[in-house]
Every structure is written in C-alpha cells, then in structure tokens.
Design a binder for this molecule. Structure first.
Ligand code: ADP
Ligand code: ADP
Length: 238
C-alpha cells in the first residue's frame, strides 16, 4: 500500500488578476521507504504541489491519500495526526527558524505543537536528533545566526525528523549551499533514509542532485506531470 497517493489533484490560486491553475490533475504514489524526485522549471508548480500535500494550500479537486486516508478535505484537529507524518525541509532553513530561539527551543516547540507533553521525553528526543544530524550537543544552546548554511540545514533537518515523520518533503534543500557542503547534506539525507526507512519527495531544478537521491523521478511542466521513470529514462528523453 502506498504511503502517499495523489489522485487527480488540482490547486488554484485566486488573486486580483484572476485564477491561476497551478496544479492540473497530478497523480502519483510514494511507497514506504521510496525516494521520489520532482524536477521542473521555475514556475511549473513544484512548490504549490508540495504545499498542497502538507495542506499549507488547499486543493480544489482530487484525493490526497496518506496511509490510505483522504486528507484533502480534513482540517483542524482531524488533520493534526497526519501533519506530523509529513514534514518539510526548505531551501533556506534560516527563513523558517525563529532567530530569537535557541536550537533547543526550536526543537522543543516543534515537539510541543505535536503534543509531546512529557518534558523528559522531549529532552531525550532532542539530544538524540542533534547527534543524528551531526551537530554537537552544545549547538542546542546556540541561535540560528551562529551557524553556517550547512549547519543551519542540519537544524532544519533535525526539526523535521524529531517528529519521526514517515515522509519528508525536501524543497531544494541544497540549492542555497556551497557545492562542497551540498554533498555532506545529501549524504546525511541518504543515511537518515536508510536508518529510519523514510520516504522522500525531493524537489530540485538540478537533475544531477535528484539522480543521487531519488529512486524514481517525476518531471513537471505547466502544472502537470509530463514524464516519470528512473533517472536514465528521464535523461534520454529530449
Ligand atoms: P515552482 O515551485 O515550480 O517554481 P510554483 O508552485 O511556485 O512553481 O508556482 C506555480 C504557478 O503558481 C506560477 O504561475 C506562480 O506564479 C503561481 N503562484 C505561486 N504562488 C502563488 C500565489 N500565492 N498566488 C498566486 N499565484 C501563485
Ligand atoms: P525511542 O523510543 O528511543 O524514541 P525509536 O527507535 O523510535 O526509539 O527512535 C530513536 C530515535 O531515532 C528517536 O528519538 C528519533 O530521534 C529517531 N527516529 C526514530 N524514528 C524516526 C523517524 N521515522 N524519523 C526520524 N527520526 C526517527
């Protein structure tokens, strides 16, 4: 059974200039432990699609099945348990890390939002995840601006993984990093996937990055999936 199954999903934006049909009937599955790459030019709808899956943006039609349950129309408390199962990692974690909070506070807040009430349990999970993403324990007392770009992405990864998600949506996670650091972060993501059996939806404009991490690649254009397959077949298509 797929972990995630999109069935004919559509997403519209309404603005002063009218309606933008950003996702036009997208269907695909992500199996447990599978890593799916999503490539396509800027403006083709990749971010909208990922925001639709985590329900930051509402879909206008279609089904979004997570563990077999349709979450497309759930909201509030009924959506909450599903929210934890799908976490996101962004291109620029700095933009989403509260600059006035220490790393410990950032991770603690993520756990609190998802109802991990026991303080000792939160502490234990925070100490574990910091090790797992390759940061020293003293990082817990530091603020986001005190870290390099690569270390900040490790914090972003820790914040996603401390919630023990099944699926992690990685939206251009290494695009803003120095080339030497990109490989370190990609290797970390591969290791974490192996360790926890995670699934990834890995969004990138860079097919060579996707090729490194994805079992299957989807090509998006004009709001639609126009091609899919393994990297070699994608590479060969004109
Ligand atoms: P990508 O992530 O592939 O660059 P996006 O999902 O950001 O693509 O954008 C898809 C389309 O939706 C584009 O035409 C973009 O201009 C439009 N769009 C994105 N966000 C909004 C928004 N908040 N309001 C209106 N249109 C939007
Ligand atoms: P524990 O009961 O110690 O939490 P687990 O085997 O569930 O035992 O997890 C050990 C640690 O591994 C967790 O604290 C967490 O940091 C990490 N972990 C477990 N499952 C996942 C997952 N699906 N995604 C990310 N990290 C996970």
């Amino acid at each position: 059974k797929p972990l995630l199954s999109l069935q004919d999903v559509h997403t519209h934006y309404r603005s002063r200039n009218g309606v933008v049909h950003a996702v036009k009937g997208v269907s695909f599955d992500v199996a447990p432990g599978e890593s799916v790459g999503l490539v396509g030019e800027s403006g083709c709808g990749k971010s909208t699609l990922s925001k639709t899956i985590v329900r930051l943006v509402a879909s206008s039609a279609g089904k979004i099945l997570l563990d077999g349950d349709d979450i497309a129309k759930l909201d509030g408390a009924r959506l909450r348990p599903y929210r934890r199962r799908v976490q996101m990692i962004f291109q620029d974690p700095y933009a989403s890390l509260n600059p006035r909070h220490t790393v410990a506070e950032i991770l603690d807040a993520a756990l609190l939002i998802h109802d991990v009430k026991d303080k000792t349990e939160r502490r234990r999970r925070i100490e574990q995840i910091v090790d797992l993403v390759g940061l020293p324990q003293r990082a817990l007392r530091s603020y986001p601006h005190q870290f390099s770009g690569g270390q900040r992405q490790r914090i972003g990864i820790a914040r996603a993984l401390v919630l023990k998600p099944a699926l992690v949506i990685c939206d251009e996670p290494v695009s803003a990093l120095d080339v030497s650091v990109q490989a370190q972060i990609l290797n970390l993501l591969v290791d974490l996937k192996r360790e926890f059996g995670l699934s990834y939806l890995f969004i990138s404009h860079d097919l060579s990055v996707v090729r490194y991490i994805a079992d299957k690649v989807l090509v998006m254009n004009g709001g639609r999936i126009v091609d899919s397959g393994d990297h070699n077949s994608i590479w060969q298509n004109p």
